[in-house]
Design a protein around this ligand. Structure first.
Ligand SMILES: NC(=O)c1ccc[n+]([C@@H]2O[C@H](COP(=O)([O-])OP(=O)(O)OC[C@H]3O[C@@H](n4cnc5c(N)ncnc54)[C@H](O)[C@@H]3O)[C@@H](O)[C@H]2O)c1
Length: 250
C-alpha cells in the first residue's frame, strides 16, 4: 500500500487472525491504513492480503488451534515488527448444522477454532502487551449470541463463550493497560457467508429483520474496529458491541 498513514497516533503492531479473506482481510487493510504494522495469520494463502497492503504486512501461515504454531506465529510477528500490541481474534468457522445431526467432532471443531483459537492467541500475545504496558484484544463474536438461530447451535454457543471470555479476560489484564472487547457483526457479505448462511436468500431475510434495511458489508464494521483499537479507548473494556443494523438490541 503506498498511501501515507491516516493517523498521527503511535504505530502499533497488530496480529489479525483469519486475515486471508473475508472480514479479516478488510480488518488488516484498515489497520494498516491507520499506519500500523500488521501480521496476518491464516491457514490459507495470504498473498491477496499481502498484495493489498505491501510492506507494512507480514503473512504467517498457522493454525489457531495449534499451540506450538500459535506461539511461533506470535514470536515471529514480535521479532519482525518489534513487539505486539493489538490482536484481532477473527478466525472462525460457522457451519450450519442440524442440532440432532451434529456430531461430537463437529461440535468440538467449532469450539476449537472459535474458542481455543482466541485463548491460545491471546495467551501467547499477552507477555508482549504487558511488556509494552498497552494492548488491545478484539474478539469477533456474532449477533447470533443475541438471536439464537436454530441451525447454528454450536456456533452460537462458541460465540457466547467468546463474550464471556471477553469479560473475564478484561478483568484479568486491565491493570496492565490492556483492554479486551468483542464486536458482534450481523450477517455480513463475505464469500463464506454467501456460500453458507447467505445461500437461499439469507442476506435478504436478515436484511428484513434489521432496522437498517441494507445488507451488512465488511466496511460497516471498520469504524467500530478502529474505535476499539484507538489510543483514546482505554476506558472501554469487557464490552460486546453489537454492529448488526439493529436486528438485536441490548
Ligand atoms: N460474515 C458474517 O456474516 C459474520 C457474522 C458474524 C460474525 N462473523 C465472524 O467473523 C469472522 C470472519 O468471518 P468471515 O465471514 O470473514 O469468514 P471467512 O471464512 O471469510 O474468514 C475466516 C478466515 O479464518 C481462517 N481460518 C479458519 N480456521 C482457521 C484456523 N484453524 N487457523 C487459522 N485460520 C483459520 C480461514 O482460512 C479464513 O481465511 C468469524 O469469526 C465469523 O464467525 C462473521
Amino acid at each position: 500500500m503506498s498511501e501515507t498513514p491516516s493517523s498521527d497516533g503511535p504505530q502499533r503492531v497488530v496480529l489479525v487472525t483469519g486475515a486471508a479473506g473475508g472480514l479479516g482481510r478488510e480488518f488488516a487493510i484498515a489497520l494498516a491504513a491507520r499506519g500500523h504494522r500488521v501480521a496476518g495469520l491464516d491457514l490459507a494463502d495470504l498473498s491477496g492480503t499481502a498484495d493489498a497492503i505491501g510492506d507494512r504486512f507480514h503473512p504467517v501461515r498457522a493454525d489457531v488451534t495449534d499451540p506450538d504454531e500459535v506461539e511461533a506465529a506470535v514470536e515471529e510477528t514480535a521479532a519482525r515488527f518489534g513487539g505486539l500490541h493489538i490482536v484481532v481474534n477473527n478466525a472462525g468457522i460457522y457451519p450450519p448444522l442440524e442440532f440432532e445431526e451434529t456430531t461430537l467432532e463437529d461440535w468440538r471443531r467449532v469450539m476449537r477454532v472459535n474458542l481455543d483459537g482466541p485463548f491460545l492467541v491471546s495467551r501467547a500475545a499477552l507477555p508482549h502487551m504487558k511488556a509494552a504496558g498497552w494492548g488491545r484484544i478484539v474478539n469477533i463474536a456474532s449477533a447470533v449470541v443475541f438471536l439464537g438461530p436454530p441451525d447454528l447451535v454450536a456456533y452460537t454457543t462458541s460465540k457466547a463463550g467468546l463474550v464471556g471470555f471477553t469479560r473475564a479476560l478484561a478483568s484479568a489484564v486491565g491493570s496492565h493497560g490492556v483492554t479486551v472487547n468483542a464486536i458482534a457483526p450481523g450477517l455480513t457479505r463475505t464469500g463464506t457467508a454467501a456460500r453458507t448462511t447467505g445461500a437461499d436468500g439469507g442476506f435478504e431475510r436478515v436484511r428484513d429483520l434489521q432496522v437498517v434495511r441494507a445488507v451488512e458489508e465488511p466496511r460497516d464494521l471498520l469504524s467500530t474496529l478502529l474505535y476499539v483499537c484507538d489510543e483514546g479507548s482505554g476506558f472501554l473494556t469487557g464490552q460486546t458491541i453489537n454492529v448488526d443494523g439493529g436486528s438485536a438490541m441490548h
